[in-house]
Write a protein that binds this ligand. Structure first.
Ligand SMILES: Cc1ncc(COP(=O)(O)O)c(C=O)c1O
Length: 437
């Protein structure tokens, strides 16, 4: 199924693609050797590639499709909106309704602005924190991915040769050419290590505008933050005149108002994206009214011009509102329960096989690692070359077993899934891990 000979149409599309796109694609998450697979159609929790192979989709467009593909209510609402126009310079009622809906989900969201991606939402949140505090530095956990904004991406690709001492992790650039002043303005703190993190923050307390926190950073291991770590950062910003910026681009799915509610956090600003777009590109910045008012050109505290041509376009707003109205407590409980089942059964399988693998995750997400103990942070997640190779093989075996994961080994449950899909996932993990031994 996943081998080149079984995928002639994908292969020939790729041969055309590499001539006109670097790597043959517009997003690295689609790239795979010997070539990417191309989607023909998708429905519910299943996706079929152009060569006719159907798989259960646990990738869900990098965890952005909470209702899977082509949910009938979203399709119908979007089709209706398409006929009324896709974007204009006038605002729309659906934008207002969606803003009301999001604000109703969490008291920390007093006002909201829509943007087009998680990257933009994080960028807006960091700019807002700087404008509000008059300080320039932002702190973030080592290895955490927060999108592509220069400041937010620092240290995401840190590796043993350049990550430095844990008491002072290096500001490792992702993009070559990142200006040194950007690196100097990013304070990298270890993840899930409250004592070290606070000691580092204390050293430059007067300069830090905000701490950017994802309580379950996917690329740093999908390890849930310890309550002690999250509350130490919340306390630190409170005592030092800085803001807490929550990145809930992934974790908003974890509970009705985002994972921050499970930790009892009260972030000043929250960045969202992914599932709130109902399958369309989206981002949102939500937070305290007096901070968000800095974006109001008619207000007295207009310190942050922030806009975008396609922001709050009515197609995204319609899809997002429909998706989020459907994502009620019953649906949240449903996907979280399925993930718990999956993690329990995968752990049992790993134990029975004696495989050098482990699982992390929370809410409706899980991530399978090619190391015997679950990692707790970026440094432990970073694979040695042999583990990286095993992960590639594991991912391809899972494709052969009819399961599409994210290439990190992570998976996201969607609401159309049931126990049958979890059984198929676990059976595929069993077969794939056994084949690696
Ligand atoms: C935690 C987190 N923040 C921000 C982003 C960036 O979102 P986008 O890809 O929509 O720009 C991502 C994307 O995967 C993410 O996982």
């Amino acid at each position: 199924m996943g081998e080149p000979d079984g995928t002639p149409i994908s292969r020939s599309l790729y041969e055309r693609a590499v001539r006109v796109m670097p790597g043959g694609a517009s997003r690295n998450s689609a790239i795979r050797e010997p070539h990417p697979l191309y989607a023909a159609r998708a429905d519910g929790c299943r996706i079929t590639d152009v060569d006719g192979a159907e798989r259960i989709d646990f990738a869900n467009n990098m965890a952005s499709l909470i209702h899977g593909h082509a949910h009938p209510a979203i399709v119908s609402a979007v089709a209706n909106q398409l006929r009324k126009g896709t974007a204009s310079t006038l605002s729309t009622e659906v934008e207002v309704r969606f803003a009301e809906h999001l604000c109703s989900r969490n008291p920390n969201f007093e006002k909201v602005r829509f943007v087009n991606s998680g990257t933009e939402a994080v960028m807006g949140a960091l700019k807002a924190a700087r404008a509000f505090t008059g300080r320039t530095k932002v702190a973030k956990a080592e290895g955490a991915y927060h999108g592509l904004y220069d400041y937010a991406e620092v240290s995401q690709t840190a590796r043993p040769s350049n990550w430095g001492d844990l008491d002072s992790p290096a500001s490792v650039p992702v993009a070559h050419g990142t200006p040194q002043p950007v690196l100097d303005d990013v304070v990298v703190i270890p993840y899930n290590d409250p004592e070290r993190a606070v000691a580092i923050l204390d050293r430059q307390a007067d300069e830090i505008a905000c701490v950017l926190l994802d309580v379950m950073p996917h690329w740093a291991g999908l390890c849930p933050a310890t309550p002690a770590y999250a509350s130490a950062l919340q306390r630190w910003v409170g005592h030092n005149g800085a803001l807490l910026v929550a990145d809930e681009v992934i974790t908003f799915r974890n509970s009705y108002g985002g994972a921050q509610q499970q930790y009892g956090l009260a972030p000043d600003i929250t960045a969202m994206g992914k599932i709130i777009g109902g399958g369309f590109p989206v981002g949102a910045i939500a937070g305290r009214a007096h901070i968000m008012e800095m974006m109001n050109p008619l207000g007295d505290s207009y310190l942050l011009p922030y806009s975008g041509t396609f922001s709050a376009n009515p197609v995204t707003m319609t899809a997002g509102l429909t998706a989020m109205e459907l994502y009620d407590q019953a649906q949240i409980d449903h996907v979280n329960r399925l993930a718990e089942l999956a993690v329990g059964a995968i752990n049992d399988t790993i134990k029975t096989l004696g495989a050098p693998a482990s699982v992390t995750g929370a809410g409706s997400m899980f991530r399978i690692h090619m190391r015997p103990d679950p990692p707790a942070n970026h440094r432990e997640t970073h694979p040695d070359p042999a583990a990286a190779e095993r992960l590639k093989q594991f991912y391809n075996r899972m494709l052969d077993c009819g399961i599409l994961l994210i290439y990190s080994g992570a998976g996201a449950i969607s609401t159309p899934m049931g126990e049958a899909e979890i059984d198929q996932l676990v059976a595929a993990v069993d077969t794939s891990l056994a084949a690696l031994r």
